[in-house]
Design a protein around this ligand. Structure first.
Ligand code: NAP
Length: 331
């Protein structure tokens, strides 16, 4: 049995930008599993923009409060389980929070396939891959030849969305911060064009695209507004997230003149959570695996070593430090 459990607690709820100082490292007795429960050891903790949104209030999960162990998903290893379906050494994806060990009801866990590298279970075969796949294909419904624009394009979801758009024969345009990310998108990942939303003329560049058929929105705010007004008739917008609104207080910017525009252009905006399409997960994973195997889909992971680096890793993600899926290796 382990003798200590490191935990990172959300010490204070941020009022403005999130800082590493809002967290505190502590240690407790390792939890002990009871009937029907599993003891898990976290291996890699997923860093997600939504981690910050959970501090703003209830979303698709309850709000985070000061004093709680920071919430988060992780790739975790079963240490022991009171379940016929799980054995020590099995890998699961679980809401462990930021700690070395967690106890969860075994019936909420499913054993993940044994594949290499295991980190792909958190990136392309995890939440990011399924979000990109379902958001684009089910909500965006792209057709060959159409223009697909995705924001936070160099992030974990966005980098996959643009590549899947290319696989489907579309023109892929990525919006990301900075020229270097743009060069990476068009060079390494095969996007047709990149737009730097931090450049003064980004709205002009979006207008000059010649019309957007599918916009995959990860950021909300000004970028959303600029893309909305550049939509083609019968365009589709997949509303995935709004990272520009997460790290601060109330939203300062928002789409203006929207309702009339949605009507005149007969746009479809569809919000979604990746689990809405869970019954199609097997097909999605089969497609993602075949695209990775054929080299059509490149997987970028940004792995940071060390449990104690979790707070700074999340602060850095919100500041745009990451390329692809960011995670912290714990054990
Ligand atoms: P990520 O894209 O890997 O990283 C976040 C990126 O957002 C940063 O790298 C940064 O890149 C960009 N960003 C930060 N502030 C921004 C701003 N003010 N304006 C524009 N871009 C900004 O993070 P992720 O966890 O994969 O999340 C991406 C989006 O997907 C989030 O909105 C998240 O909530 C959403 N999501 C939704 C679902 C679902 O089921 N609906 C599931 C998972 C994730 P730059 O350098 O480009 O600024």
């Amino acid at each position: 049995m382990p003798d200590a459990n490191r935990q990172i607690v959300l010490d204070q709820l941020p009022q403005g930008r999130l800082l590493a100082e809002h967290f505190r490292l502590t240690e407790s007795e390792p939890p002990r599993p009871g009937a029907g429960e599993a003891l898990l050891r976290t291996r890699y903790i997923s860093l997600d923009a939504a981690n910050r949104a959970w501090m703003q209030g209830a979303t698709y999960r309850s709000a985070l409060n000061a004093g709680q162990v920071m919430a988060g998903g992780a790739l975790a290893e079963v240490v022991e389980a009171d379940s016929p379906d799980l054995k020590p050494g099995d890998l699961v994806f679980a809401d462990t929070g930021w700690q070395d060990y967690a106890v969860l009801p075994a019936k909420r866990l499913s054993k993940l396939p044994n594949l290499q590298p295991a980190t792909h279970l958190l990136s392309v075969y995890g939440v990011a891959g399924l979000t990109a796949y379902f958001g684009l294909l089910e909500c965006g419904r792209p057709k060959a030849g159409e223009t697909v624009v995705v924001s936070a394009a160099a992030g974990s979801v966005g980098s996959l969305v643009g590549q899947i758009a290319k696989i489907k024969g579309c023109r892929a345009v990525g919006i990301a911060g900075g020229e270097e990310k743009g060069r990476w998108l068009t060079g390494e990942l095969g996007f047709d064009q990149a737009i730097d939303y931090k450049a003064g003329d980004f709205k002009k560049q979006i207008r000059e695209l010649g019309g957007i058929d599918v916009y995959f929105d990860n950021v909300g705010g000004d970028v959303f507004e600029a893309c909305l007004f550049a939509m083609n008739t019968f365009g589709r917008i997949a509303c995935c997230g709004a990272v520009s609104q997460y790290d601060g207080t109330a939203p300062q910017h928002g789409p203006r003149g929207v309702p009339g525009l949605i009507v005149t252009k007969r746009l479809t905006l569809q919000g979604f959570i990746m689990s809405d399409f869970a019954e199609k997960n097997d097909q999605a994973l089969a497609d993602l695996q075949s695209w990775v195997a054929s080299g059509q889909l490149k997987v970028q992971e940004d792995v940071i070593d060390g449990f104690e680096n979790l707070p700074q890793a999340l602060v850095g993600l919100l500041a745009g430090e990451n390329r692809g899926k960011r995670m912290v290796k714990v054990s």
